[in-house]
Design a protein around this ligand. Sequence first.
Ligand SMILES: [Zn+2]
Length: 706
Amino acid sequence: MLPKIDKTLLPLPTFTPQKWQTVILRNYGIVSNKTIASVLKTDEQTIINEAKKLGLENIKFCNKWQKLGYITIIRNNWHLLPYSQLIELLETDEATLDYNLREDDFLNVKLGLIKSDCAPVYYSPLTKEDEQKTSKIASLVRASFIPSYVDYFDFYPQNTHTYATKPNNTGFDRIVYSYSMLYGDTFLDGEEIVPDGLLAQMQSMGVNGIWMQGVLAKLSPYPFVEGMDEGYQIRRKNLNAIINKCKKYGIGVFLYFNEPRGLAPDQISEKTEKIKGRFYEERWSLCTTQKPVQDYLYNAVKDLVLAVPDLAGIITITMSENMTNCHSRHNNDCPFCKHLKHQDVVPEVNNIMQRAVSDAGVKTRIIANLWAWTKSYDWSDDDLREGIERMDKRIDVLSVSEMGTVIIDGKKEEVKEYSLSKVGPCEETKQNLTNAKKSGHKIMAKVQINNSWEFAVVPYVPVFELVKEHMQNLKNLGIGGLMMSWTLGGYPTVSLDLANKIFEDDFDYDKWLSLHFENQAPVIKQAVKLFSEGYKSYPYDIRTLYMGNQECGPSNLMYPHKTGYTATMVGFPFDDVNTWVGTHTVESYTSKLSVLLKKWEQGLAMLENVSGNDNVTELIRFAKVVYINLKSTLVQIDFNLKRENGNNQELLALINEELSLTKQLYELSAQDARIGYEASNHYYFTQNSFLEKLVNLEYLKRLYKN
Ligand SMILES: [Zn+2]
């Protein structure tokens, strides 16, 4: 079922004389003219003519969006078009959209689980007055237009440097997510989901593992619901092809499993009536203390690894996420296992999988991620220790380095993952990994190195000092490997290379800097030191990470009046300042961000007029994007708080500042296809977004000049 329509939300303002012009402005070059014409009930030539009237005639059409960037299309049009037109624009059908919204890494949540009540938008000829206003828009667009805008999705250019110095400790795991992988039904797409350009670069820096999501019922015969496993043989064939391709680069393939998945009420039949455990969030768990469920898990994993024998490993999550075992959520009331403790049930899920791979005689490893084996899920310290002890010793134990209590300047801070600014490992992870090591497990840490939800729209945030400190701490713990990213942060960057190299015995930071930045190494070192110091002041809060404006930066539209829309998880920030700041007050949020920005200004000033190799260019570019987006967030906060009763001069100054930031981000994005992109959200901004923002700011300028 598609998210429901919320009739209480007023339509979001648009800034062209006619709404259908905004449809063209947002989608021209992204969706084919034929499709836009059909959506707006007109013909292709009219779309071409009208786009020209808006100054868009030089936008190049890219045909990759429907396959690789559909999330961007959905987001851009979610509050602009009704479902019927959105579906037509996506060249899809309702069932596919519904599937994508639910299965594509919780896309429906990112959209807010609601949709505003959009009236259909159709073409109608412009009036004379509209024509005049439109010609002003065209002049504005043409004056700022960058014709040489980079090709979208061109992530692995041929001339990109390689790293030439592979680390020598090859037994150490370095597992990342493929930077540009689609999250949906991954294995129906074949081996092109791991491009050669990416694999070659990863190999050159010593990455030896790549992970992707697997859904067991789609990869092995599923006994409980007829037809659920349809296509599993094709997926296995593709998975084998992916494994063989990666093998050529010395890279193993790991599947992330969150199993056994629960079932919707309409999927429960006579077969599952007797093994269903508890009902939570529209799903029945299948109780893993029951033999048929245990047999299923064992057989499905065994059958899979027999068919895909070179699978390097399975990384499990056994708490939270999708509804799986009965204990994966709070307040378990399953009649079979409610009297048991977490540690009586959860470790056994991993043990079953371990027995399956061992009995199959393959080398596939089971890596148990302790994600959400935490106090917030009612695991006491003793429970945790017991839980780890109860796992088969052949299982590797992985703990999320940043999730828990971090001591900063002698003070305790709670971090809920995804932080580069608060250097881990947290106390809980230290304890878990020490316990796991004592009881004979290989230990690993899951970290974010390149970026995190603090800032995700550049391949890496240049804060080497923080990465260095974190990795050194983990090295001291004696870890045997890293899961180096979740779905964000998987690009083979110098920062990832740095994290790799720190685990070598003879690592020397200055030598490493010289290797990558050549004669500019000294100035890069100084600037990065300032960036790292400043980044420590990032106003961390998990709500800010998910709901803030940092990813969109100046591409976020500004409105003269409060929209009433609530910011959504890594989706829309809107103008919802109170949600952006999370548990901070607006004052404490802006003051922390200002401290950060001040240091970055100093660092960027040092790098002005510095030029060097590709690594130097890239570092400066990414540092600027971080600065611009965070600065724009401050400007927008100021504007949103003052817009209803501030004085016009003040508001105009903010608009002009935002205009300058928008142009700067536009220019930087035009040079690098990776800026603005993140694998599970696709592009946060496009060339069209910047042009629309210019139109938006011009509208506001006129408003406050009067
Ligand atoms: Zn149960």
